[in-house]
Write a protein that binds this ligand. Structure first.
Ligand code: MOS
Length: 735
């Protein structure tokens, strides 16, 4: 038998394309020959955070050589705009109605676009557009909002007040997280090309079907008239889950100048042209009995949204299911501000909630004189404490045990500020990570051609985790072909529909669809062979036939059989094709399904300077089955590094006077670099979760950023005895 490809560390099948520059990213499709005669659009953005545009002077800009148009609300066509709710959008999506009125809703809003034959001409023209404003002071902070808070999202079980009144230990703390931006390497970019009433768009997106739906809504045309293409995405972390205003700008400009238009956001524009992880304030009260078992928790959360859309993320899930707690009360309010709308960013909701919950658990452990791991073990539930249903799998105890052993937890002196290395104070901290396993309906198309190789398609995306490779592995196993004989294609809205490439659901959803479709195709081939008098398998029972290495044969008599090629040579079109899909069933309600992790961090804090250096980060994960350990590892390391950024560096700073983002560049917005990540490692419990989905996977992308920031914050406390409750932890906070 051929060894299954799933579970093995296959190298990226698209790796060669990427390192040789042959992988076409959104802004490169003209250079790769997909579209000709492309002109360039450069967006002019508002320099005030709120107000009205009183005048736009475009005379100097339009007079420049090579300039084709300068479009603003003064001359833009009215967009039909049908309100829609995209799969990944909050209601309305009004941000896509660009250039429709004189209102400025946030700093950096597109107010005009200069279109020219060359990028340089368009940049120059954009710089010559003079916009005059009647400016107002924008509301950019949670405590001085643009309007009343949005309706609160609430949850309650048991009687919290009663339980807190008699609690043996009680702590109440407020944790704050600053705004963070995704900052993928590849900027957001769009090329739009109209052919009559048909629109083709090359876009950076995590869901081609979402971009298609958004454009259909904005331009009032049928989805069938639009094709969205996005074969490669250079990182996104959630920034590609929505369609952003520049996509409308490109399509609108292309229609006006009757040429394909390319719009690439500058790094600075990425800070206002896409979303971000919202500023969040999380007040948490914990009550526990004399043994450290939680009796009550109260979660009061406020997070920013824009004044024109109500963005929310899953901030309440963890507080309901992570620990046994009979009494829970939660409220979550989004606060409208004069900013652009936040959006999903890696581990959305969970990474934020885990920061508060896991720091508070550390504080409770300290207060109660308990080991932080022992405290978690004492609060480990047998069933989901929120819904009462069983966990599909929950191997958190094992994650904690393996992590503690690997990091040498028992060797640490538990006292804060007890360990030093010269001027460095040394600390070790830990935190628990969880992320809900999401699944969604997905479809795929699979074909085997005359040469015996297969092509499999689904309109999913690959922003970096290795979708091309993992899907190829799953398809190869189901078809009985080697990986080299299978090609997986994605990123085109004409392919069978797939859910957003986000929420860690791609492997579970699209992977299961690929497996089902390829199973169907293999069975089709077997059925054809056993029914064909010319086949050596004629008359055999289909159940006795297996396929390995592209060879169909009897399980008990490998000598009797034939290859896909031989079989197909006798068919009419020399082609076999199947469409299939995956539809989550009621297991979604019958089981509580989450990925789990135990995260450990060792830090050194310079006693005199307050400087924090991470020495080691380790995550141990229960993520179900791992399809490709090499890709999983890359995914996990990326998440852990993202968590280091969240803990110590990342912070988008807004000037309250005008809403300007002060550090809208990669020199001033700090992300971890190699020197910041000396020893980062991840371990996966060998496992399989058959209740989660047919592949047994639970999703890995999000859980690996969850819990990192609190593990580091808890390590900083252990090192210094100082509890910092605001992220990122800065030098100033430790001096
Ligand atoms: Mo991830 S925030 O679901 O791209």
């Amino acid at each position: 038998m051929m060894r299954p490809a799933a579970g093995t560390p296959v190298s990226r099948v698209d790796g060669r394309l990427k390192v040789t520059g042959r992988a076409a990213y959104a802004a490169e499709h003209d250079a790769h020959g997909a579209v000709r005669d492309v002109v360039h659009g450069v967006i002019v953005t508002s320099t005030v955070g709120k107000g009205r545009i009183t005048a736009i002077d475009t005379a100097a800009a339009t007079g420049q050589p090579g300039v084709l148009a300068v479009i603003s609300h003064l001359n833009a066509p009215t967009l039909p705009y049908r309100p829609f709710r995209g799969v990944t959008d909050p209601p309305r999506g009004e941000h896509l109605r660009v250039f429709q009125d004189d209102r400025v809703r946030f700093f950096g809003q597109p107010v005009a676009v200069a279109v020219a034959e060359t990028l340089e001409a368009a940049q120059h023209a954009a710089s010559l557009v003079k916009v005059t404003y009647a400016a107002e002071r924008p509301a950019t902070g949670l405590d001085a909002p643009a309007g009343p808070p949005n309706q609160s999202e609430n949850y309650q079980r048991g009687n919290v007040d009663q339980a807190l009144a008699v609690a043996h230990t009680r702590i109440s703390r407020t944790y704050r997280l600053q705004r963070e931006h995704h900052n993928p390497m590849e900027p957001h970019a769009t090329i739009a090309h109209w052919d009559g009433d048909r629109l083709t768009v090359w876009d950076k997106t995590q869901m081609v079907l979402n971009t298609r739906a958004a454009l259909a809504s904005v331009f009032g045309i049928e989805q069938d008239a639009i094709r969205v293409i996005s074969p490669f995405v250079g990182g996104a972390f959630g920034s590609g889950l929505r369609t952003w205003p520049h996509v409308t700008v490109a399509a609108l400009a292309a229609r006006q100048v009757r040429r394909p238009v390319k719009v690439v956001l500058t790094r600075e524009q990425m800070y206002t042209g896409t979303g971000f992880r919202p500023v969040t304030e999380y007040k948490l009260t914990l009550g526990a009995d004399e043994r450290g078992r939680l009796t009550a928790t109260v979660h009061d959360i406020r997070a920013e949204t824009s004044a024109y859309e109500d963005y929310r993320e899953a901030l309440l899930t963890q507080g309901q299911m992570v620990y046994t707690t009979p009494n829970v009360r939660q409220s979550y309010r989004s606060i409208p501000l004069d900013v652009n709308t936040p959006t999903w960013m890696r581990g959305p909701g969970a990474a934020t909630a885990a920061y508060a919950i896991e720091c508070a658990m550390d504080e409770l452990a300290h207060e109660a004189g308990l080991d932080p791991i022992e405290l978690r073990l004492r609060n480990e539930p047998e069933r989901d404490p929120g819904t009462g249903v069983p966990f599909s799998t929950r191997r958190l105890r094992e994650c904690l045990r393996v992590g503690a052993r690997t990091i040498g937890w028992d060797d640490r002196n538990p006292g804060p500020r007890s360990t030093r290395d010269g001027n460095w104070l040394i600390g070790t901290g830990m935190a628990v990570a969880t992320y809900h396993t999401a699944r969604a309906p997905a479809q795929a198309l699979a074909r085997i051609g005359a040469d015996g190789t297969a092509t499999v398609q689904s309109a999913t995306s690959d922003m970096g985790p290795g979708t091309y490779t993992s899907m190829t592995q799953v398809a190869a196993d189901a078809l009985g072909l080697p990986v080299a004989k299978v090609r997986f294609q994605l990123g085109d809205s004409t392919m069978p529909p797939a859910p957003p490439h986000g929420g860690s659901m791609t492997m579970a959803s699209v992977g299961s669809a690929v497996a089902a479709t390829c199973d169907k195709l293999r069975k089709q081939a077997i059925a054809l062979a056993v029914a064909d008098p010319a086949s050596p398998l004629h008359g055999a029972s289909p159940d006795d036939v297996v396929v390995a290495g592209g060879h169909l044969h009897l399980r008990d008599d490998p000598g009797r059989g034939e290859t896909y090629r031989q079989l197909l040579a006798r068919t009419k079109d020399s082609l076999l094709e199947a469409r299939g899909g995956y539809q989550p069933g009621d297991e979604v309600e019958r089981y509580s399904t989450h990925a789990y992790g135990a995260v450990f961090a060792q830090v050194a804090v310079d006693e005199r300077l307050g400087l924090v250096r991470v020495r080691r980060v380790l995550g141990v994960y229960d993520a179900g089955r791992i399809i490709n350990p090499r890709l999983a590892h890359s995914q996990a390391i990326g998440g852990l590094v993202g968590g280091i950024g969240m803990a110590l560096l990342e912070h988008t700073v807004t000037d309250p006077r005008d809403g300007r983002i002060v550090n809208a560049n990669l020199a001033d917005y700090l992300v971890p670099t190699n020197a910041d990540v000396p020893d980062v490692n991840a371990i996966y419990l060998d496992g399989n979760d058959p209740e989660a989905d047919p592949l047994g996977v639970k999703g890995l992308a999000e859980v690996v950023i969850v819990g990192v920031a609190p593990a580091i914050a808890n390590a900083v406390f252990h090192a210094t005895g100082r509890r910092v409750r605001d992220l990122p932890i800065t030098i100033e906070a430790l001096l």
